[in-house]
Design a protein around this ligand. Structure first.
Ligand code: 5GP
Length: 141
């Protein structure tokens, strides 16, 4: 497996070099909206440690990341009035990974509405800003 590349886009977001619609942050994790959502509210949850994917992350960091992912998932169910929710995670290109900093996808679902294909739709920035504010407020409360 290739080594971790600190120039990946999520590392740049973590360093504040690239903008993101942040919804939650603590000392070990950051969650922000996917700018090409497969459904409204599609959120990415990343560790602050340099991990390419589930194959090289420290087990304690992975355990903490899934705890935070559950927190985001519960808030997203409420904020997006979801009927269900997917948590996805991909490892290496053969399995669909395209950004090489570990992340969980949290995707709220509505009954009978199919997911958009990955990277097929770029959301309006104003919509993302509004959704991020609502999700961040729910996560604070
Ligand atoms: P992967 O296929 O690696 O599991 O997912 C990468 C995700 O990152 C995709 O859902 C894609 O839409 C998202 N993505 C790619 N570039 C950016 C970006 O610059 N900002 C944000 N917020 N998401 C991105």
């Amino acid at each position: 497996m290739p080594s971790y590349d600190p120039d990946n886009i999520f590392a740049k977001i973590l360093r504040g070099e690239f903008p993101a619609y942040k919804v939650y942050e603590d000392d070990r994790t950051l969650a922000f909206l996917d700018i090409m959502p497969q459904a409204p509210g599609h959120t990415l949850v990343v560790p602050k440690t340099a991990a390419r994917n589930v194959l090289d992350v420290e087990p304690d960091d992975l355990a903490y990341l899934i705890k935070v992912t559950q927190k985001i998932a519960k808030a997203a169910m409420t904020v997006f009035a979801a009927d269900g929710l997917n948590v996805f995670q991909f490892n290496e290109p053969a399995a669909g990974q395209s950004v090489f900093h570990l992340h969980f996808h949290v995707i709220p679902r509505k009954q009978g509405i199919a997911l958009r294909p990955p990277a097929s739709f770029k959301e309006d920035p104003a919509v993302l800003a509004d959704q991020a504010a609502k999700l961040a407020a729910a996560l604070k409360g």
